[in-house]
Design a protein. Structure first.
Length: 113
């Protein structure tokens, strides 16, 4: 039996619940621009980060893309580089909400995916 409703609704994209306990160590496989359609929404072009260790992907918005630019310079330079996926907070609609971010792996390595 599943422990949470999130377990019953698999997604191709990482969610904050996926890294609630500890950051995940991953290696960037590619960064692409893809048309994505969410249930009940119009298709939109989003930047997607793909990883070597899993088929799960991350939607990358401005803050994550700026972080990757600061860390590696260009999208092609990101390929093969290790990163840490972690849960953070952001302000959305005037409220603090959970979000996902990437950073350089910490010295205290979290669990590998």
């Amino acid at each position: 039996m599943a422990d949470s409703f999130a377990d019953l609704m698999p997604s191709r994209f990482y969610k904050t619940e996926d890294v609630a306990d500890a950051p995940i160590q991953l290696t960037i496989k590619a960064i692409t621009k893809e048309e994505v359609t969410f249930q009940g929404k119009q298709p939109e072009k989003l930047t997607i980060v793909h990883f070597n260790e899993t088929d799960r992907q991350m939607i990358a918005k401005t803050t994550v893309l700026t972080t990757l630019k600061d860390m590696f310079g260009t999208p092609s330079a990101c390929v093969g580089k290790p990163v840490e996926l972690f849960k953070d907070k952001t302000t959305f609609g005037g409220k603090k909400v959970d979000c996902l971010r990437l950073r350089a792996p910490s010295a205290d390595q979290g669990p590998a995916f």
